[in-house]
Every structure is written in structure tokens, then in C-alpha cells.
Design a protein around this ligand. Structure first.
Ligand code: HEM
Length: 288
């Protein structure tokens, strides 16, 4: 079994380093150490060597929250240049990373592999799994495509609003049932309206984020379900807000319609968030 992976990028050395660092960062990996082999060899032995960088990638949060023993899980990432690519400088096309690999087609095999060589394989999965949401590969693209991809970058910011607001509305309604104070009813009213207002752009930004995304294997169905539950969440949040408002204004007496819509919204937003996490952090990310 190969205990490393490699990928050739037809780009300049600096672009490749940039690209790898960004991809690692997007997955929560920080660069703890950086060894410039080319410079070191030149300095110590006066030898001319190809551009060669060793990056010590590590989940920094894990490091700080556990002990320095975790240093053992430092994942080395080697970036080196081939002579024939030194002259080229277009941006690397990492857009189709999802497309090529076997990585997600057998998630359990992957899990097993990770246990065998945790640091290295994790890096493989994380770097390969990521696809470009707009930061790379924009050069030479039509203006409207650039805009769609750029606007999609707001998805990771906005999606947290409906998640928190819908769930908190549920909690507030529960509190209202136990302690029937108008504070909780008013809080629910405010939060469900805010959830409806933020869920719509969250879903629209999501569509832009997923624009031209190329997921394969299991991730393609995760993507499909995330899109479906995401759009449904936005519709359900608006429906819940309207039903709540109709009830408060006494146009609809039955509270049951609103409660039903709210419970389904909570279910959908939870599933949507989880599936989004699967796409970003990898399959079974909640079950390490
Ligand atoms: C209210 C609806 C939605 C919610 C709450 C939501 C939530 C999430 C969450 C929690 C993530 C994980 C990434 C992060 O937060 O940083 C995510 C990622 C993502 N979502 Fe959504 N989402 C919604 C709608 C949509 C829709 C309609 C689409 C359309 C396709 C979509 C496409 C994506 C994509 C492409 C990713 C990135 C996956 C990756 O990193 O490869 N989302 N979403």
C-alpha cells in the first residue's frame, strides 16, 4: 500500500505552495514547521537543488487542546518543483479534485487507512477532497461566473444564522410551553422571522457556492441532498415565520400548523448542516 500521495500541479512553485497552504488551511490544518531544503542545501553544502519545501501540517486546535505528544501526528507535506514546470505560471486548476480520486468511494476503507497512518492519510484526504469555491481558477473566466463564485463565498458566513436561529426558536418555544411568559413568545417571533430572512440568502449563496462544483462518488449524493434540504430549509423557515405571524395576529387560531412547520424546519436545518459539514470536512466527520 502506498503510504503517501502525490499530485502534480502545472504551475509555478510559489503558486503550488500557495495552493497547498490554502487547501490545508481550509481544512483546519496549520503549518507548524517549514523547511526550505533548497536554501538549506545551498547554505550548508553550496549545492544547487530544485525548489523543495517541507511543510509540517498539523491540526493546531488539536495541538493546543491536547498535549505536545500530538506533535507525533505532524503530517509532512512536501512541495517540490520539476524543471519543466518552472517557466509556467497559470493558476493551478484544482477545481476537479473531487473528480479524480477513489477517496470517497470507499469511506470505510479510508477510515481504516487513517487509523494505520493517521497524519499522512488525513492530509491526503483533506487536500484531495477540497474543491475550489472561487479563490483559484478565476483567471480568464467570464465576469458573471467570477461574480457567482465570489458571492458564493458568503455561504459559509450566512449558513450559521438560520442554523442557530431555527434551533433557538425551537428552544424558545419549549421554554414558552414550560414557563408561559411573553418573553419567550416574543423571542420566538423575532428569531423565526430572522431565520426566514437569513435562510433565503444562505440558500442562494449556497447555490452560488456549489456552482460548477464537481463532486463524485458518495459526495455527489451528499451534495444533492444538501442542496435539496438547504432549499427546503429556506422554504420551511419562511413558512414557519408566516404561520407564527398569522397566529400572533390572530388570523389563524391553531398553533399546531406553526409547531409542525417549526419541527420540520429544525429537522431539515440539522440535516442540512450535517451534510454541509460532510462536504467540507469529509464523510463521517462527526464520527471519528
Ligand atoms: C439554509 C440552507 C443551508 C444551510 C444552513 C447550509 C449549511 C452549510 C454548512 C454548515 C456547510 C459547511 C461549511 C461551512 O459552514 O463552512 C455548507 C457547505 C456547503 N454548502 Fe450549504 N447550506 C445551505 C444551503 C445550501 C444550498 C442550497 C446549496 C446549493 C448547492 C449549498 C451548497 C454548499 C456547498 C457547495 C458547500 C461547501 C462544501 C465543500 O466545502 O466542499 N448549501 N452548507
Amino acid at each position: 500500500m502506498k503510504n503517501y500521495f502525490s499530485k502534480t500541479l502545472k504551475t509555478s512553485f510559489d503558486d503550488a505552495v500557495n495552493c497547498v497552504t490554502k487547501a490545508l488551511k481550509a481544512e483546519g490544518f496549520g503549518i507548524l514547521t517549514e523547511t526550505d531544503v533548497q536554501a538549506t542545501l545551498k547554505k550548508k553544502l553550496n549545492v544547487d537543488f530544485q525548489p523543495y519545501l517541507i511543510l509540517g501540517a498539523c491540526k493546531l486546535k488539536t495541538l493546543t487542546s491536547r498535549t505536545l505528544f500530538m506533535l507525533l501526528f505532524l503530517a509532512p507535506v512536501l512541495v517540490f518543483g520539476h524543471a519543466e514546470h518552472q517557466e509556467q505560471s497559470p493558476s493551478p486548476n484544482i477545481e476537479n479534485h473531487h473528480g479524480s480520486s477513489e477517496k470517497t468511494s470507499d469511506a470505510h476503507e479510508k477510515k481504516k487507512d487513517q487509523q494505520e497512518s493517521p497524519g499522512q492519510d488525513k492530509t491526503e484526504k483533506q487536500v484531495e477532497h477540497k474543491h475550489d469555491h472561487g479563490a483559484h481558477g478565476l483567471k480568464g473566466e467570464a465576469g458573471y461566473k467570477k461574480f457567482i463564485k465570489w458571492i458564493g463565498n458568503f455561504h459559509p458566513i450566512f449558513n450559521h444564522f438560520p442554523i442557530a436561529l431555527i434551533v433557538m426558536t425551537g428552544l424558545s418555544e419549549l421554554l414558552f410551553l414550560w414557563f408561559p411568559s411573553p418573553v419567550f413568545s416574543n423571542a420566538s417571533r423575532f428569531m423565526i422571522i430572522a431565520a426566514a430572512i437569513t435562510a433565503m440568502p444562505a440558500a442562494l449563496f449556497g447555490l452560488a457556492y456549489g456552482y460548477e462544483a464537481n463532486y463524485t462518488g458518495q459526495l455527489s449524493s451528499v451534495f444533492w441532498w444538501h442542496r435539496f434540504t438547504g432549499i427546503s430549509t429556506a422554504i420551511l423557515a419562511v413558512t414557519s415565520a408566516v404561520l407564527k405571524e398569522l397566529h400572533v395576529r390572530k388570523r389563524v387560531n391553531k398553533i399546531g400548523y406553526y409547531y409542525t412547520a417549526l419541527i420540520i424546519s429544525i429537522l431539515f436545518v440539522t440535516i442540512t448542516g450535517y451534510l454541509g459539514g460532510e462536504m467540507t470536512f469529509g464523510l463521517f466527520h462527526m464520527f471519528p
